[in-house]
Ligand binder design. Structure first.
Ligand code: FAD
Length: 403
């Protein structure tokens, strides 16, 4: 007889752990979470931890507003310190087109209750003296945003979920999803079979291959994203807002007294997470224009992870065409900040058939079949409206050797 559970969650990143915790907190279901490596060892542990409410679509802003509240109360909720630093998020705008686009966004953000300030170049300079601002027209600042520790958040959710009875299994790869008559039956793993009426695909950049196990096309494409940290910078002795140069599609934040800076995202499908050290001079010089102090500091470490890009850069949340097989993936580089609320919403959907607070119908997997894509040009991988791909292109085929 196979083992039985009520719910199997595939993936132990922030999304899977948040779902496990929220399901366990509000039900008595038997829940098993399966993680092929270690908790937080996927994209979550490689994320920059950024949490912001400056987006251009209402649904993204709402997800951020709710998640931010959850980061703020995370310690009371889980007993774990999430390491939230309220540095604010600052966007720098250098062209009239950017200014117009962001003024529209500011209006929407304010309408939804976000306190966002519009700053002049001298105000930006006072806030972040080490920035070059002579070519900046304006800035938009959300003081309440910031960043937190991905590992602490994952462990907070996972440990509390385990306290509530969830079986968390690390080093346990799911190798198959059983489906009969259009209904999910359970999973196959390296440790055996589990029969379950509900299976959740929270496999981050591997959501495509995991979807194929159930015969479901999940349009999530992995893109490598690399981050580097410099030696301490004298001008960054204290915290500054996470600062995004919209025109250059570049950002930095403080990390260990130095600057955390990105390489351009590799906009091609790949599971490669090796660091390309040859790109280091380019990474540093790309930032010198905005942060001149970078010219004099070494890059001391770096890492690479995978973004999980959906065709419209919004998460895919809901039941797939296979009954009982739920998708919680495709966060497109925003899954750390949206993981807390996504876990709560998926738990509500499974337990009650509907969500409270945020209507996630527009995020359902069916939108790709119905061509109801959402447009969000404000991403850190610089996707413009014209780049939004046709729904089912670039979907990953089942397991390749480079996993
Ligand atoms: C460099 C970088 C910087 C980022 N910065 C930010 C940021 O500042 N803010 C932000 O909000 N987001 C950021 N992101 C995006 C964020 O990291 C992701 O959106 C988020 O971590 C997704 O969480 P997840 O739980 O869905 O995926 P993951 O953390 O990848 O978890 C999925 C898990 O599923 C497991 N898995 C896969 N297949 C199987 C299987 N067959 N069996 C069992 N387990 C399996 C994997 O091992 C993995 O641990 C960044 C990402 C990168 C790469």
């Amino acid at each position: 007889m196979p083992e039985r559970a009520d719910v199997c969650i595939i993936g132990g990143g922030v999304v899977g752990c948040s779902i496990a915790y929220h399901l366990a907190r509000t039900s008595r279901l038997k829940i098993v979470l399966l993680e092929q490596g270690h908790l937080g060892g996927g994209s979550t542990g490689r994320s920059a931890g950024g949490i912001r409410r400056q987006f251009l679509t209402a649904i993204h802003i709402q997800l951020s507003i709710e998640s931010l509240k959850m980061f703020q109360t995370f310690r009371e909720e889980t007993g774990w310190e999430p390491g939230f630093r309220e540095t604010g998020y600052l966007f720098l705008l250098s062209t009239e087109e950017e200014r117009t686009r962001f003024r529209r966004a500011v209006e929407l953000q304010r309408r939804l209750g976000v306190a966002v300030e519009v700053l002049s170049p001298p105000e930006i300079q006072r806030l972040v003296p080490c920035l070059r601002v002579d070519d900046v027209l304006e800035g938009t600042l959300t003081p309440g945003d910031g960043y937190a520790s991905p590992h602490q958040v994952v462990w907070g959710y996972a440990e509390r979920a385990a306290d509530l009875g969830v079986q968390v299994r690390e080093r346990c790869e799911v190798t198959g999803v059983n489906v009969r008559g259009g209904r999910v039956q359970g999973i196959e793993s390296r440790e055996g079979q589990i029969a379950a009426p509900v299976v959740i695909n929270a496999a981050g950049p591997y959501a495509g291959p995991v979807g194929w196990m159930a015969g479901v096309e999940v349009p999530v494409t992995p893109w490598r994203r690399q981050l580097f940290v410099t030696a301490p910078v004298a001008d960054l002795a204290r915290e500054v807002p996470v600062t995004i140069d919209v025109h250059r599609n570049w950002y930095f934040r403080r990390e260990e007294g130095g600057a955390l800076i990105p390489a351009p995202t590799d906009r091609q499908s790949s599971f490669n997470t090796a660091v390309d050290w040859e790109i280091v001079p380019e990474v540093r010089s790309a930032g010198v224009h905005r942060l001149p102090a970078l010219a004099d500091v070494e890059i001391v470490r770096g890492w690479a992870g995978l973004y999980e890009i959906s065709p419209d850069n919004h998460p895919i949340l809901g039941e797939s065409e296979v009954q009982g097989f739920y998708l919680a993936c495709g966060f497109s580089g925003h899954g750390f900040m949206h993981g807390p609320v996504a876990g709560k919403l998926i738990a509500e959907l499974i337990l009650n058939g509907r969500t409270t607070g945020i209507d996630i119908t527009p995020l359902s997997p069916q939108r790709f079949r119905e061509a109801q894509l959402i447009q969000e040009p404000l991403t850190m991988h610089g996707v413009k409206e014209s780049d939004v791909r046709s729904p089912m292109s670039e979907v990953q085929r089942p397991m390749t050797d480079d996993r």
